[in-house]
Design a binder for this molecule. Structure first.
Ligand SMILES: *Cc1c(COP(=O)(O)O)cnc(C)c1O
Length: 345
């Protein structure tokens, strides 16, 4: 079975797991005067992450959801309005900030333009209302198929938002994929946002964890928020050590995933019924199966019967995700299965 459901399926290899046995551990929940915990491995990971993103400080979180939601709940208060994209993970999948039981925030919406860049005119119109307390971006953008926000767009967005004193949070679950595609270093992209979250547990291949980065003051407050959300940890060096390994070994190899994704897409350019994402950028490939008259779920069931495990995403689409452990042959075999399904529709 070729499993392309998500890049969260990466499994830690032996050298990555061995870093856990050698990690210096301590109680990360016990803070010194500077607000740092006692787990040296966590501190090292947070410092490495801060350096990579060009921020003053980092905060290890158990998940991307916790990192994003801790950020929103630190920037905003109940009743505040948060400006999000209409297909943003932070809203569609995570929801905490907007849930009446939790964050109790209101939501304003902007869209992406034809080039998958946030629509500046919409953002400006929203900022002009004076109600927006935070602008959220997503890079790469999951539900549009791993598309990237360019440095030029980020700069324009930052200039606009600062004019209205609106901070910007970037959900960079797949930030390193964006950096690789754009050929722009991560810190260069992050200079235009006030806080950023990225995941160790997606393409980077670590089993657990995300990090939230920002200014020292912001991270001190976010640490309080994380604690309120039950996210303070103890000997979390056992999750930080594989994440350090991931940063040291697995960033450049993301290119293989992009290449495999492109190779799969290249085989799918002349299908009869299925619409295939144009301009694949990173490790995600979207198929629109609705024109064929069957539901995404039914399409996935048929694919699974032929040895390809994929999942519906949003309403009309099916998503293929390429990651460490998926070979070029897997990518070509997956394409062959989809071609066969298309021929049978
Ligand atoms: C996976 C993902 C997250 C959240 O990560 P979890 O670790 O699953 O909570 C956030 N944003 C985007 C775009 C993602 O793809």
């Amino acid at each position: 079975m070729i499993d392309l459901r998500s890049d969260t399926l990466t499994l830690p290899d032996r050298p990555m797991l061995e870093t856990i046995l050698a990690a210096h551990l301590g109680d990360d929940g016990r803070l010194n005067a500077a607000g740092r915990g006692e787990d040296a491995t966590v501190n090292r990971l947070e410092d490495m992450s801060a350096a990579l993103t060009g921020k003053e400080a980092g905060l290890l979180c158990t998940s991307g959801t916790l990192g994003n939601q801790a950020a929103v709940l630190t920037w905003c208060r109940p009743g505040d309005t948060v400006l999000v994209n209409d297909l943003q993970h932070l809203d569609r999948s995570e929801k905490t900030a907007f849930d009446p039981r939790f964050g109790q925030m209101k939501k304003a919406i902007y869209h992406l333009d034809a080039n998958f860049q946030p629509d500046l005119a919409e953002i400006e119109a929203q900022c002009k209302t004076g109600k927006i307390k935070l602008l959220c971006l997503e890079n790469t953008h999951n539900y549009t198929g791993g598309t990237c926000i360019t440095e030029a767009s980020l700069k324009k967005i930052h200039d606009l938002a600062s004019q209205y004193h609106v901070p910007v949070h970037m959900d960079g679950a797949r930030l390193f994929n964006a950096s690789l595609y754009l050929k722009t270093p991560v810190d260069q992209l992050c200079q235009y946002v006030d806080s950023v979250q990225f995941c160790f547990s997606k393409g980077l291949g670590a089993p657990v964890g995300s990090v939230l980065c920002g200014s020292r003051d912001f991270i001190r407050n976010a640490k309080e928020t994380r604690k309120l959300m039950g996210g303070a940890m103890r000997q979390a060096g056992i999750i930080a050590a594989p994440a350090i390994y991931a940063l040291e070994h697995n960033i450049q190899r993301l290119q293989e995933d992009h290449d495999n994704c492109a190779a799969c897409a290249a085989q799918l350019q002349d299908l009869k019924k299925i619409t295939v994402q144009k301009h694949v950028q990173t490790n995600i490939l979207m198929l629109d199966v609705v024109p064929s008259g069957i539901t995404p779920q039914e399409f996935c069931d048929r694919a699974k019967a032929k040895g390809l495990w994929i999942r519906p995403i949003i309403n009309t689409s099916v998503r293929l995700v390429f990651y460490k452990g998926i070979t070029r042959q897997d990518a070509l075999d997956a394409a062959a299965i989809i071609r066969q399904l298309d021929a049978e529709l």
